[in-house]
Ligand binder design. Structure first.
Ligand code: ADP
Ligand code: PRP
Ligand code: MG
Length: 224
């Protein structure tokens, strides 16, 4: 069945990204009685069947999850708060903090760079990040002038090669920062992943969605 036939076959479509979000969502799906029949790490398929013929899973890039849900190409999805803040959340209902993929958004600099002094002296900082909206808002709220450089990954490299004075990125264990001789100088916010639901789907498919949302909510209380 193609997605184009969705209107006559009101199945549910869940958007997930490969890796930690997919892996951490599996137990939540299991709590709703749903198991995904294929492994996205080994299959090249982008639409995965589940044991429930009424539920399918789309495999998309993490930053694309809100877009698929916003436009209704997926009825619901799981995305990090970092990604949702960059997207803006338009058209999305966010009923549950799933407490998965927990990390923090931080500012980091080269170990030898005196960030506090630079800020105190009103220096203009070059900041490399994937999270330009969050970074812009953070530095504006502190009254720090920054030039933002948009990157798509490996942010930790930027200060090492003189591309930027600082980075804004997610940190979990701190291993990546340590391995690259960077230090975390400011925590911007705690991050976890959220269930997001298309607002129209929430009304039209509530009977099917609600039990899954409730199962996710119950199961996520035991995650950490
Ligand atoms: P991407 O390919 O976009 O980097 P990830 O699977 O790495 O996708 O990240 C998905 C989400 O998981 C991010 O939006 C963030 O909320 C969270 N995340 C990213 N890195 C980590 C980490 N090291 N530990 C825990 N959660 C993380
Ligand atoms: C993320 C993030 C950091 C790292 C932080 O990268 O962009 O580089 O995790 O985690 P740590 O503090 O535990 O080291 P990820 O593993 O997702 O790699 P990628 O996004 O570059 O593929
Ligand atoms: Mg990543």
């Amino acid at each position: 069945m193609s997605i184009a036939t969705q209107s006559t076959e009101p199945g549910l479509i869940l958007a997930l990204s490969k890796g930690r979000i997919f892996d951490d969502t599996l137990p939540l799906l299991a709590s709703a009685g749903i198991s995904v029949l294929e492994n996205p790490e080994t299959s090249r398929k982008l639409i995965l069947a589940t044991n429930d013929p009424g539920v399918r899973v789309l495999i998309v890039r993490a930053t694309d999850v809100p877009t698929y849900v916003q436009y209704g190409a997926a009825d619901f999805g799981v995305a990090g708060k970092d990604v949702l803040l960059e997207h803006g959340g338009e058209g999305l209902y966010q009923p549950v903090d799933l407490n998965i993929a927990a990390c923090r958004m931080s500012v980091a600099v080269n170990a030898g760079f005196d960030y506090e002094s630079a800020v105190r002296q009103g220096a203009r900082l070059r900041v490399a990040t994937k999270f330009v909206n969050t970074a812009r808002q953070h530095f504006a709220s502190k009254g720090v002038h920054v030039d933002l450089i948009k990157l798509y990954g490996s942010m930790e490299l930027a200060p090492l090669v003189g591309l930027s004075d600082a980075i804004v990125d997610v940190v979990s264990t701190g291993n990546t920062l340590r391995a690259n001789n960077l230090v975390e100088v400011e925590k911007i916010m705690e991050i976890s992943s959220r269930l997001v639901v298309n607002q129209a789907a929430l009304k039209l498919k509530r009977a099917r969605l609600q039990p899954i949302i409730e199962a996710f909510e119950r199961a996520s209380k035991t995650q950490g």
